[in-house]
Design a protein around this ligand. Structure first.
Ligand SMILES: CC(C)(COP(=O)(O)OP(=O)(O)OC[C@H]1O[C@@H](n2cnc3c(N)ncnc32)[C@H](O)[C@@H]1OP(=O)(O)O)[C@@H](O)C(=O)NCCC(=O)NCCS
Length: 176
């Protein structure tokens, strides 16, 4: 599959059906589609992002992220990359974009919950200097897994320095 330039931009209401598909392909407990509509159209604290790329000549959404900005805290509520496009740096790119934007809006720290067996995501967050700061026992009702709470402090003082996304140089950066 040939992927062209990847653009990270804010999610629009018309993106929701594809975003929901990526969610269903990525999680055992996907959100209902109406939750994405609420996040993108109604939730004032929500910052919703997508990654869009030309795939075999056709523009497609291939990743999504939702962040809640609560005063000076950025909570990554969900993030997923379409299975066909993982391990190409797109997850890192969309996280960097969302956290940089949150930082510009005053976020001082970021946090998230991740399943204890989700090694891929934990590895990614660790690369960004997120640290394990807590655990919620039996948080996920389908498997009974614990949620691991991860936190990135010091966003305002260069907390994104650990983000080595430049290694994925095949894509151009773009703002929308
Ligand atoms: C987690 C997820 C978003 C990562 O997206 P991605 O685009 O594949 O991630 P990247 O290519 O930017 O990878 C960044 C780093 O994460 C780690 N990583 C990613 N996938 C990994 C895997 N399968 N196994 C181990 N480490 C992995 C690696 O350290 C990687 O860096 P490297 O490629 O230089 O080794 C993606 O796997 C996904 O959508 N998973 C399903 C949904 C999910 O679990 N979301 C997170 C919920 S908290």
């Amino acid at each position: 599959m040939s992927v062209g330039e990847v653009i990270i931009r804010r999610m629009r209401p018309e993106d929701v059906p594809v975003v929901h598909e990526i969610d269903m392909l990525s999680f055992s407990l996907p959100w209902p589609e109406r939750s994405f509509h609420f996040e993108v159209s109604e939730n004032a604290v929500s910052r919703c992002w997508v990654a869009e790329a030309a795939v075999n000549g056709e523009t497609r959404i291939i990743a999504m992220l939702i962040l809640w900005l609560l005063v000076d805290e950025a909570h990554i509520a969900t993030v997923a990359v379409h299975p066909d496009f993982r391990r190409c740096g797109i997850g890192s790119r969309i996280i960097v974009k969302a956290l940089e934007a949150a930082r510009a809006e005053g976020a001082r720290r970021a946090f998230l919950e991740v399943r204890e067996r989700n090694v891929a995501a934990q590895e990614m967050y660790r690369k960004f200097d997120f640290e394990i700061t807590g655990r919620r026992p039996h948080y996920y009702r389908d498997t009974g897994e614990d949620a691991i709470l991860m936190t990135l402090e010091g966003l305002q003082v260069g907390g994104l320095e650990g983000l080595k996304v430049e290694r994925h140089v095949m894509y151009d950066e773009s703002d929308t």
